[in-house]
Design a binder for this molecule. Structure first.
Ligand SMILES: NC(=O)C1=CN([C@@H]2O[C@H](COP(=O)(O)OP(=O)(O)OC[C@H]3O[C@@H](n4cnc5c(N)ncnc54)[C@H](OP(=O)(O)O)[C@@H]3O)[C@@H](O)[C@H]2O)C=CC1
Ligand SMILES: CC(=O)N[C@@H](CCC(=O)OP(=O)(O)O)C(=O)O
Length: 348
């Protein structure tokens, strides 16, 4: 079986990562790469590491250019994907790496993105424990539209959802502080991302509930908890190209023990190929998941503060975007989940 694919946003960080992973997918043939300002150039001139696709000429992103493929990946700036996606046939599997179709709540969309809400698609986070014993992958089988989560939400939701799904955590007073590598911001020039600003330094941004991933994390954790979860989320920038380390803490319900916590997380991810609770005493680091579709986490019970602390790591471009997108594609099409995703992380 050969699945024909178009990747739009192919010259960006997320689209480039989709192509890097698809190059090893046994059932995929990439027929079209598309973007915008770089249309007309050869992909190899802009992304020389993508040797398999270097001969492809970049098309402009139009419904015509993307039509006629089994699967279309959209890795475009926020707001750019909804219009083109709406023109693609129902029979095409469309996977949006951007935010346009992630949120259920149209008001929250309007508040954080400032435009009209384009609608909600199934959320591409297969291992998300939506409630005790259920996983989001059940919602992805056979679908034709998938919204890939943001990178901070991927690491934060995976870190906390087991405790909410098992009813062990208080829904208020959840605190998430996450550090991201700079590729999370995309390839376009931004003054706060000049190397002189970033190298050898670490700084927060989007502080005070202002970051647009706040409603995304709250919505999905609320779905797992079956009640409204409120979070305080602070992102920080660290001088590395890739990776997210999210430290997530929540108050535990009265009487909850450390053994119950370990058991809930252990059961949630038991048998998962890409999401791992590390053995007790091992703490995760971003390097070991770099370039891979794995998420790793560890938890501790701080009895003094009455809180669970979960630290999780992902590669923002792999599990946090392109890997999650391809894993979701595999599920939607009935392929083995791991195809194209067998890369291990790095060491040292
Ligand atoms: N970077 C990350 O870690 C993550 C990114 N995402 C999401 O993925 C999407 C892409 O992000 P990222 O790769 O970082 O961004 P980049 O800025 O690196 O790339 C953007 C891509 O979109 C193309 N593009 C820009 N404007 C338009 C337009 N109007 N119409 C069509 N194509 C356009 C660009 O093409 P050209 O250069 O030819 O103009 C380029 O290929 C975003 O929605 C982002 O939020 C999600 C999770 C993580
Ligand atoms: C370091 C950095 O700037 N990260 C990005 C998040 C990247 C991501 O997940 O993207 P989307 O939700 O935009 O798809 C940010 O904070 O805006």
């Amino acid at each position: 079986m050969t699945i024909t694919v178009a990747v739009s946003g192919a010259t960006g960080y997320a689209g480039g990562e989709v192509l890097r992973l698809l190059a090893t997918h046994p059932h995929v043939e990439v027929k079209t790469v598309a973007a915008h300002s770089s249309a007309g150039q050869k992909l190899g001139d802009l992304a020389p590491h993508l040797r398999k696709y270097s001969h492809l000429t970049i098309a402009d992103t139009t419904a015509e250019a993307l039509a006629g493929h089994d699967v279309v990946f959209l890795a475009l700036p926020h707001g750019a994907s909804a219009e083109v996606a709406a023109q693609l046939p129902e029979g095409t599997l469309v996977i949006d790496a951007g935010a346009d179709h992630r949120l259920d709540d149209a008001e929250a969309w309007q508040k954080f993105y400032g435009t009209d809400h384009a609608g909600t698609w199934p959320y591409g986070l297969p291992e998300f424990p939506t409630s005790a014993g259920r996983k989001q992958r059940e919602q992805l089988q056979g679908v034709s539209r998938i919204a890939v989560p943001g990178c901070y939400p991927t690491s934060s939701i995976l870190a906390l959802a087991p405790g909410f799904a098992a009813g062990l955590l208080e829904p208020q007073d959840v605190v998430i502080v996450a550090a991201s590598g700079t590729s999370g911001a995309g390839k376009s020039l931004k003054p706060h991302l000049l190397s002189a600003e970033v190298m050898g330094s670490m700084s927060p941004y989007g502080v005070g509930g202002a970051h647009r991933h706040t409603p995304e994390i709250e919505e999905k954790l609320s779905a797992a908890a079956g009640e409204r979860v409120q979070i305080s989320f602070t992102p920080t920038l660290v001088p590395m190209p890739r990776g997210i380390l999210a430290t997530c803490t929540a108050r535990v319900k009265p009487g909850v023990t450390e053994a119950q916590l370990r058991d809930a997380w252990g059961r949630a991810y038991e048998g998962e190929r890409f999401v791992h609770l590390l053995p007790e005493g091992q703490w995760p680091s971003t390097k070991s998941v770099q370039g891979s579709n794995h998420a790793e986490m560890q938890l501790a019970f701080d009895a003094h503060a009455g809180r669970v602390i979960v630290t999780s790591v992902i590669d923002n471009l792999t599990k946090g975007t392109a890997g999650g997108a391809i894993q979701s594609m595999n599920i939607a099409l009935g392929l083995p989940e791991f195809e194209g995703l067998e890369q291990e992380g790095l060491a040292p």
